[in-house]
Design a protein around this ligand. Structure first.
Ligand code: TXA
Ligand code: MG
Length: 347
């Protein structure tokens, strides 16, 4: 596959009539695949009602076909046209968190292309909180199926440059809207059960959901050591992998430093991804800082960029610390566990 990939920086990013957005939406109407920013990560969009268009997403990403896609909408009427019915909890959540990083799983009515849902009876839908994404959805006049715009298995893109690294020559175009605000994907919440279930932690935290819902469950498959089959099909694949193997350290700073010294003594070239607090204590290069431990939202924003930073030729492995699993820290640790091939634990 090779095509000329257009790169646009819209002059008027919230205006559906902007020339770049018009060009991008024309390509979408021709069933082409276009990358665009959302508030979480960049998405790779195609007309969610066209099987041929959606097939282009799977091909460009190299994505397994049994992994369903999230459908992005710019208004509630589009939701009505995609689902069997909107459960009351889903309505409450839309009022509270849309537009925003929350994907709601509902019963599909079959109007989306069949490859969007990968054979499931349910469909995941969200309204992104990004002016450019909303303008593109308006201009395209259709819901857009959009997974994260990375090659399958790679860290999700938080900058247009990351999309270019992975998909140049494989997609019709990339709309550049700068760095994304949240940095991690949306929370995926199953609303088809009596008690809604978090299938993937993300930008809307469990604590936030609990403010508007009486009860929220977490898919048992998300627990660190669990061999339940995850209910979200995408959660079983290798994900977010940097070029060199990632090792996750669970323990205090002393333990981290011991592990690092041991690996260096064994002759390993180690790259470190650490909070500013830990980086301060280390007498080691190369280190990539990914924000403060006291500000997990900042860590979330910087994480995927950090995972893309070390090149295979530079380091044998990457060592990273663990973060507290409160708030968006739950999503940060979910991604680090999935990205890592090994956990060094002090307990
Ligand atoms: O923030 C996001 O959600 C980004 C931006 C682009 O919107 N998109 C994204 O899409 O992360 P993707 O394809 O990388 O991840 C979608 C996740 C996968 O784990 C998939 O299995 C799950 O959502 N999913 C989609 N539809 C589902 C369904 N009907 N039932 C269960 N899980 C579903
Ligand atoms: Mg993804």
């Amino acid at each position: 596959m090779s095509m000329q990939t257009k790169l646009w920086i819209p002059e008027d990013p919230s205006n559906p009539k902007d020339q770049s957005i018009q060009e991008a939406s024309d390509l979408l109407k021709q069933h082409q695949v276009v990358a665009f920013p959302t508030e979480t990560v960049y998405g790779l969009g195609a007309d969610a009602t066209s099987e041929a268009a959606v097939a282009g997403i799977f091909e460009a990403k190299g994505r397994p076909s049994d992994n369903p896609l999230i459908v992005h909408v710019s208004n509630r009427d589009q939701v009505d046209r995609l689902v069997e019915r909107i459960p009351d909890v889903a309505r409450t959540l839309m009022d509270a968190f849309w537009p925003g990083p929350l994907t709601l799983i509902m019963e599909s009515n079959g109007s989306a292309a069949s490859n969007v849902t990968a054979g499931l009876s349910t469909i995941g839908i969200r309204m992104p909180d990004h002016p450019l994404a909303l303008a593109l959805l308006e201009a395209a006049e259709t819901p857009l199926a959009a997974p994260s715009a990375n090659r399958s298995g790679r860290p999700s893109p938080t900058k247009a440059e990351h999309v270019r690294q992975d998909l140049d020559g494989r997609v019709a175009g990339i709309l550049d809207g700068g760095t994304t605000g949240v940095g991690l994907e949306s929370t995926v919440l199953d609303c088809t059960t009596e008690v809604p279930v978090i299938l993937r932690p993300g930008g809307i935290t469990k604590e936030q959901l609990e403010e508007v819902l009486p009860e929220v469950a977490v898919d048992p498959a998300l627990a660190a050591e669990d061999d339940h089959k995850p209910k979200s099909p995408g959660m079983k694949y290798t994900h977010y992998a940097p070029e060199s193997p990632l090792w996750l350290v669970e323990g205090d700073d002393e333990f981290f430093m011991e592990q690092l010294e041991q690996l260096k003594a064994d002759g390993k070239r180690v790259g470190v991804i650490a909070s500013g607090e830990l980086a301060e204590k280390l007498d080691h290069q190369p280190v990539i800082r990914c924000g403060s431990r006291e500000n997990l939202a900042e860590v979330a924003v910087q994480l995927y960029d950090a995972l893309r930073e070390f090149k295979r030729s530079e380091v044998d492995l990457i060592l990273t610390e663990s973060f507290e699993e409160t708030g968006v820290g739950a999503a940060v640790m979910n991604r680090l566990r999935k990205a890592s091939v090994r956990v060094l634990s002090s307990s």
